[in-house]
Design a protein around this ligand. Sequence first.
Ligand SMILES: [Zn+2]
Length: 409
Amino acid sequence: MTKFDRISRRIQSFRDDMIDLQVRLCAQPAISPAAGGEGEGKKAEILLNFLKDLPCNDIQVIRAPDLDAPSGFRPNLLAYFQGKNSSRTIWVMTHMDVVPPGDLAQWKGDPFKAWVEGGKIYGRGVEDNQQDMVASLFAIKAFLAEKIRPSSSIGLALVADEETGSTKGIDYVLRNSNHFRKEDLIIVPDAGNKEGTMIEVAEKGILWLRFKTTGKQAHASTPQKGINSFKAACFLVTELQNLYQVFKERDSLFEPPFSTFEPTKKEPNVPNINTIPGEDVFYLDSRVLPKYSIDDVEKQIKKMAQRIEDRFGVKITLEEQQRASAAPPTPAEAVVVKALQSAVRDVYRVEAAARGIGGGTVAALFRRAGYEAACWSRIDETAHQPNEYCQIENMIGDARVFAHIFLQG
Ligand SMILES: [Zn+2]
């Protein structure tokens, strides 16, 4: 029997213990103070005890100050396991915090008393992000039980505050410690798909703008006495569609493979039909491929707005609602991507591919700090929904994927 077969069998044998840990973690609702909860304190205690019992070679608790948490801080746990080769560390980062359950009437049971039904565990947080947190913990436990040393050193980062911005989570850890090295592999199992075929390596940049167009109010029967702000804004919306031409390059990593510029929200202007609106407000949601700079996009938008101002005699003011440059993508050829592909192939018998997405993930924080991080997991994507569940087979399979990578030389 190969080492991997032994570890795999051992992980299978932990099935009930994995479910048990899921249930215990679920019973400590680690909702961020910003979302009305107490934070991760009690959940971190369970995890800290689990890590000490394993045991691991080193545990660091990095406390991010937070006066809204009962303890005054938010805990981030870094556990370290010595491998044969300590020149690089394979990190698996998962987050302890969960989002609130939402409308309880939509739940079949108590979201914080996890239950098993039809091969699934139900409860808030069981998929996001406990499935892979538990999987990574038991992958390590299997190495220790089989007395097999992993090829590289292993690090588990169990962090706080992912759901409300990570400033007291991995962002704080990256700013206040130097545990990560450029040659480390960083796996963030907090995004994925049903088949386990998506390795997320890149995000588009985001620019959300509010456009206020000011003209001159008048009676609708005498439009010549006013300036129709709504009409001018409509021409601007049409003009903005030319951004698709100006920034037309494609990147097949992404779906869709181009930048997008979509008018979205519209605020009401006048309440009646027979008034020329003197003021109009709409919003634009732009998702920009990493090869373009957000500054350039904004410059183009300002030029377009200027043209509409000149043509209609309106004043257009732009207000930024959100702006985030794309983090440098992790190359599709990066070691962490190759390692995941090889493990996913052996465990799930599918080919996983590097992909980019339109929104942001927590891995972007690593990428901005200069580390090649990849997001992967095999999940049904029930995060944040009522009756969130984790497929028990995915929890076990993902543990085997991590174990496979820990064995890779
Ligand atoms: Zn998550």
